[in-house]
Design a protein around this ligand. Structure first.
Ligand code: NAD
Ligand code: GDU
Length: 332
C-alpha cells in the first residue's frame, strides 16, 4: 500500500505540483485544504479532505482516517503586501494554522512535518548569497509569521519529539513540465504571471515596482526556482523524515542565481516573441533589493539541486501554460 502523506494546501500552486510528484514517487497524497485560495480541480493524485488547519480535531480525524505518516504543510496566506495591510489575518491563519495543525498531529500521533517557510524570514540581508545561518530578521508580518512557525517546530521538537524539515523557498515560479498545472490565482501578485497575463491582455496595469534599487540595472533581484524543483525537494524531505535520517533541519531552496526584474521581463519578451512595454512605478512596500540563496547546504545535506530553474526554462513553462489556460483576451 502507498504511504500516505497529508498535504495541507494541496489544492494550491506549490501544493498541487508536489502532490503530483509525491504520487509519481509512490506516495498517496491526501490533500487537506479549506479551498479559500485553492482549486479542487487541482486535486488529482489523491483524495481531498475539505478542512481548515486551524481546526485541530478535523486535522486529527483526517490523519487518522487516511493513515497519514507525515504532513507537508503548505496551507497559509502568503502575500507580503496584504500581510502589511492586514497582519491580523496572517497571524490568525499562519500562526493559528500552525497551532491547530500541530495539535491535531499530536492527537493523531503523527510526528513528522515538512514546513513551507520562506526567504522572507531573512528580511533585507547585507551578505549575499544568503546562507541558512544568516540571522533571521523579517521585515513584514508574513515573514514574521513564518519565523514563528519555524520556532514552534523547534520547541515542539524539543518537548514532544516532533521531527521536521523547514524549507525556506525563494521565488517559486513556472508551471508543471507536462502542462497539467500552473500558477493560477484569483488575484495574482507575482512578477512572472503578471507580466504574462499583461502580454495576453488580461492585466492592463502592469508595471515595474522600482528602478532605483542598488543593483546593476536598478531593478530588484530575486532567485527564481521552478515549482517542479520545489516539488521534488519536498519529496526528498519527506523521504528523509520517513527514513528517520536527520530531521529538525532548515534548508534554503533556490537556484543560487539572481535575476533582476528587467532581466525577467526581457526573458519573457524573448520567449513570447512579443515586445513588453514596462512602465516603472514606485517600489512596493517591503520589497528588499536582492534575495539570492546559498544552495550549498541543500545540495550537500538534502541532496537537492535545482534542475529546471534556468530562467528561460521557467519562463517557457509559465508562458506555455498561461497561453493554453487563459488564451488571448479579446481586446488586448
Ligand atoms: N509562492 C511562493 O513564491 C512562495 C515562496 C515562499 C514560500 N511560500 C509558501 O508556500 C506555501 C504555498 O504557497 P502557494 O504559492 O502554493 O500558495 P497558494 O495560495 O497557491 O496555496 C495555499 C493553499 O492553502 C490553502 N489554505 C490557506 N489557508 C488554509 C487553512 N487555514 N486551512 C486549509 N487550507 C488553507 C488555500 O486554499 C490554498 O489552496 C505557503 O505556505 C507560502 O507561504 C510560497
Ligand atoms: O507586477 C509586478 C510584480 C512584481 N514586481 C517585482 O518583481 C519582484 C518579484 O516579485 P514577486 O511578487 O513575484 O515575488 P516576491 O519576491 O515579492 O515574493 C516572493 O518572496 C516573498 C519573500 O520575500 C514571499 O515568500 C512570496 O511568497 C514570494 O512569492 C519584486 O521585486 C517585485 O517588486 C514588479 O515589478 N511588478
Amino acid at each position: 500500500m502507498s504511504r500516505r502523506i497529508l498535504v495541507t494546501g494541496g489544492a494550491g500552486y506549490i501544493g498541487s505540483h508536489t502532490c503530483k510528484v509525491l504520487a509519481a514517487e509512490g506516495f498517496l497524497p491526501v490533500t487537506y485544504d479549506n479551498l479559500s485560495l485553492g482549486d479542487p480541480a487541482r486535486v488529482r493524485w489523491g483524495p481531498l479532505v475539505e478542512g481548515d488547519v486551524r481546526d485541530a480535531a478535523a486535522v486529527a480525524r483526517a490523519i487518522a482516517d487516511h493513515g497519514a505518516e507525515g504532513v507537508i504543510h503548505f496551507a497559509a496566506d502568503a502575500y507580503v503586501g496584504e500581510s502589511v495591510a492586514d497582519p491580523a489575518r496572517y497571524y490568525d491563519n499562519n500562526v493559528g494554522g500552525m497551532i491547530g495543525l500541530l495539535a491535531g498531529m499530536r492527537t493523531a500521533g503523527c510526528g513528522r512535518i515538512v514546513f513551507s517557510s520562506t526567504c522572507a524570514v531573512y528580511g533585507d540581508p547585507t551578505t549575499l548569497p544568503i546562507s541558512e545561518d544568516t540571522m533571521p530578521a523579517p521585515v513584514n508580518p508574513y515573514g514574521r509569521t513564518k519565523l514563528i512557525g519555524e520556532g514552534m517546530l523547534t520547541d515542539y521538537a524539543a518537548a514532544y519529539g516532533l521531527d521536521f524539515v523547514a524549507l525556506r523557498y525563494f521565488n517559486a515560479s513556472g508551471a508543471d513540465l507536462d502542462g497539467e498545472l500552473g500558477e493560477d490565482r484569483e488575484y495574482e501578485p507575482h512578477l512572472i504571471p503578471r507580466a504574462i497575463l499583461h502580454l495576453l491582455g488580461h492585466l492592463p496595469d502592469f508595471q515595474v515596482f522600482g528602478s532605483d534599487f542598488p543593483t546593476p540595472d536598478g531593478t530588484a533581484i530575486r532567485d527564481y526556482i521552478h515549482v517542479a524543483d520545489l516539488a521534488r525537494a519536498h519529496v526528498l524531505a519527506v523521504q528523509r523524515l520517513l527514513a528517520g535520517t536527520g530531521g529538525r533541519r532548515i534548508f534554503n531552496l533556490g537556484s543560487g542565481v539572481g535575476h533582476s526584474v528587467a532581466e525577467v521581463l526581457a526573458a519573457i519578451a524573448a520567449v513570447s516573441g512579443r515586445p513588453l512595454a514596462t512602465p516603472t512605478g514606485n517600489r512596493r512596500p517591503g520589497d528588499p533589493p536582492q534575495l539570492v540563496a546559498d544552495v550549498a547546504v541543500a545540495r550537500d545535506d538534502l541532496g537537492f539541486t535545482a534542475r529546471h530553474s534556468a530562467l528561460r526554462d521557467i519562463i517557457v513553462s509559465a508562458w506555455q501554460w498561461h497561453v493554453k489556460t487563459h488564451r488571448e483576451a479579446v481586446s488586448s
